[in-house]
Design a protein around this ligand. Structure first.
Ligand SMILES: [Fe+2]
Ligand SMILES: [Fe+2]
Length: 206
């Protein structure tokens, strides 16, 4: 349980409900940054909301948008991949011991970058097509389904470090997220290629 009360709407247009949560993410990120607040409580509330929001999207919203052909497999998979990346950044944030350390600040900003990036893409590539392709009736019944699942997860508690680590492991198992070593290797290859390109460019200048 957290000291910060997270609103629990039970009905509405799913698109507006999701947008409200995206605004709430921003507010909670800001609460986590302030030095005159209970940062531990803000961090816990942000973690719970991020996980409940995304799990409910993956279970209730994305599949329904696929069925309505508002989005394709690519948008769904990309959304899930970004949720997994947010969970990785969230885990690092939860594992920062104190709330007044450099590690806390750095992990918070990494998380903020991942969350803001995903919210922007989801609003453009998923919510906009949903608004165009789904009737208001369908958006409202989806709103109930999504909010019910989200609120249930909030009620149960869904974002301890162990729970977030389990979600990340599941994403790797399902192939949503590449294992960390594979990504490190890919980054090393990319860096080497960049280095090579720079060398070639330099050589061409001479
Ligand atoms: Fe979202
Ligand atoms: Fe999302």
């Amino acid at each position: 349980m957290t000291d910060i009360e997270i609103p629990r709407p039970t009905s509405g247009d799913v698109i507006e409900l999701i947008l409200d949560d995206h605004r709430l993410f921003e507010n909670l990120l800001r609460e986590c940054r302030r030095s005159d607040t209970d940062r531990a409580a803000a961090r816990e509330a942000l973690a719970e909301l991020l996980v409940a929001h995304a799990v409910a999207e993956e279970e209730k919203v994305y599949p329904e948008l696929r069925r309505a052909r508002a989005i394709g497999a690519h948008e769904e998979e990309h959304g899930e991949e970004e949720h997994a990346e947010i969970n990785e950044a969230l885990l690092a944030f939860l594992e920062a011991k104190g709330t007044d350390t450099k590690k806390y600040d750095a992990a918070l900003e990494e998380l903020a970058t991942a969350v803001n990036h995903h919210a922007g893409e989801e609003e453009t590539d998923i919510l906009n097509p949903a608004r165009e392709d789904l009737s208001i009736d369908r958006r409202e019944s989806l709103g109930v389904a999504w909010a019910t699942r989200r609120n249930q997860l909030l009620e149960e508690g869904c974002a301890s470090a162990e729970q977030v680590a389990a979600l990340i492991a599941e994403a790797v198992d399902e192939g949503v997220l590449a294992p960390e070593e594979a990504r490190e290797e890919a980054d090393a290859v990319k860096d080497a290629a960049k280095e090579k390109a720079k060398e070639i460019e330099e050589a061409a200048k001479k």
